[in-house]
Design a binder for this molecule. Sequence first.
Ligand code: AMP
Length: 508
Amino acid sequence: MNTTANANLFCRLFDNLDDPSRLAIEMLDGVRISYADLIARAGQMANVLVSRGVKPGDRVAAQTEKSVPALVLYLGTVRAGAVYLPLNTAYTLNELDYFIGDAEPSLVVCDPAKADGIGTIAAKVGAKVETLGADGKGSLTDAAATAGAEFNTVSRANDDLAAILYTSGTTGRSKGAMLTHDNLASNSYSLVDYWRFTKDDVLIHALPIYHTHGLFVASNVTLFARASMIFLPKFDPEAIIKLMARATVLMGVPTFYTRLLQSPALTRESTKHMRLFISGSAPLLADTHREWFARTGHAVLERYGMTETNMNTSNPYDGDRVPGAVGHALPGVTVRVTDPETGKELAPDTIGMIEVKGPNVFKGYWRMPEKTKAEFRDDGFFITGDLGKIDDRGYVHILGRGKDLVISGGFNVYPKEIESEIDAMPGVVESAVIGVPHADFGEGVTAVVVCNKGADVDETSVLKALDGRLAKFKMPKRVFIVDDLPRNAMGKVQKNILRDTYAKIYAK
Ligand code: AMP
């Protein structure tokens, strides 16, 4: 879908602005950036990039803390026709060595404190280095401040790359997902419509901007709608609750919602100005959904997406937002569930592999043609790696990553089913079920459980409560009570860490 002659995402974000003086971004320190400012800054940034030798199609890698200049770097890169490559701020030099070596950017932007280490890595691929600190200062912003604001947005086709985002890669090497201008633009248009964004919306933006959620879903949707966003450097529950008095939408990962629920300041009154709470990137517990509704009167709208596909499904704006379900396929997107072995489409309510097709689906993995081929079906569907089902009302339910499936004694055990049973027990906060090598069964079902402080829950009581509710082969062989589950920055439970921790418990 392209409505302008130049398919560059930048043109589609900003062409036909009716009121350039509208507020686009505000910071809590009082900084306010209008749409006209943002466009001018992106022009200055694009001029600096070109002056540093960045050409259309070149990669610009950025490991930068969240700030307005960091967002401007994304916009300026796209405007210059180059490919934006954001990197998680937690990556170490050792990890950066892989990403930079693989992507071969022509420019790397990083915190001044890391410039020496990254300089050595960048030199290996002939990349230049510029700096941008958490305070928004560095050689890059210094140069941009004196650069001209006029810039002719480089012409791009729908299928040209706008960004490469590396997947979090909990197994094997992280892969660079190649996203085109049309992947990003089409998905943002669709979400603006589906979630009824208008120029009157004010988004509380508390997500990191190195990930698809904060970078594309939150920022692009806001800008497409000509709405504004309040940019918070990080998640801060008390600040967020205060902002709700003048904001309208929050996008968060499930951890945002569980943490916000811990604050007594979260009430019907404090959320009454808000129109929409959106959750994604990891499963929102059905209990959290219900508790949020009971406390605030708002039903959280859960959606499902991934780095490779942007957003695939969403609960409806009007209509039932079903706890534990991720809603319907977005307009233009087709979702199906297939037999993982044969690829044959399965009947409603049958668990299988979730596959997706649509303008949102990425072009492939950077420099991995074999891997790309292996993850697409011949008819163009992308094999997400998520297991799930579609119920008879068309709602998609996710039952976990395929690689998290436990096969015990030859039987498939879907962790989510057992987790839901455990989570429903009094005193339990949440749980994670994993498969651990087992001499007799291949894998032993193992539950790791977090309880409320002082709750009277132990291995015996969990097993007793499950007895009779689950088939014998699904019963955990061991239950461990822990204080917290390991999570990454997007709130996803890191089952690979749990599998390592408990790897030897059934060893003979
Ligand atoms: P990422 O590429 O980091 O965005 O991770 C994508 C993965 O996160 C998906 O393949 C799902 O496994 C998971 N995910 C995203 N949204 C949801 C959701 N609403 N419920 C359950 N899992 C989700």
